[in-house]
Write a protein of this length. Structure first.
Length: 167
């Protein structure tokens, strides 16, 4: 008797950039999520800009600001430094349709971190992945009932890269 080993059905998901209200506050009022002044910089090139999900090119005007991807008050609500474009008319990257595409675009490097969170915004899983492992690890997290969303973070500094939600 033969048994069939079928692959689990892929979970459709969306890569979500940072909150529009945060970007508008940083660009228009020069304030970050902690109501601190943002820092203005000229890109040396390679800075990961979270609003456009691409790396900055040399000479672009960018902002460095503190951001929290969390809405609920808890010990897990953390703030960290991120870069965004200084001007709202900056050219975005084509909307990535998968984590693999985002990794291949150069926005993410060879290794990065996936952290899964519950609806209460509590961490339930975390893993360091390579580009080759990312999609399988993400799919495993999204299939879990206790996972509401996944945050992608840069491996070296641990900074926020983007959010992944089920479609």
């Amino acid at each position: 008797m033969q048994t069939s080993h079928s692959q689990p059905t892929a979970v459709a998901y969306t890569i979500v950039p940072i909150h529009t209200a945060f970007v508008e506050s940083a660009q228009q009022r020069d304030l970050d999520d902690l109501a601190q002044p943002v820092e203005h910089h000229v890109a040396s090139g390679g800075e990961p800009c979270r609003d456009v999900l691409r790396r900055a090119v040399p000479g672009e005007h960018i902002l460095l600001a503190s951001y929290s991807p969390f809405a609920l008050a808890s010990p897990y609500k953390e703030f960290g430094p991120i870069f965004v474009m200084a001007h709202p008319d900056a050219q975005p990257q084509a909307s990535p349709t998968s984590l693999a595409a985002l990794a291949l675009s150069g926005y993410l490097r060879e290794q990065f971190v996936l952290r899964a969170y519950s609806s209460a915004e509590r961490i339930v899983d975390g893993v360091v992945v390579t580009r080759a492992q990312a999609e399988d690890s993400l799919q495993a997290m999204l299939r879990r009932d206790d996972v509401q969303f996944v945050l992608v973070r840069f491996a070296g500094y641990g900074c926020y890269a983007c959010r992944v939600e089920r479609a």
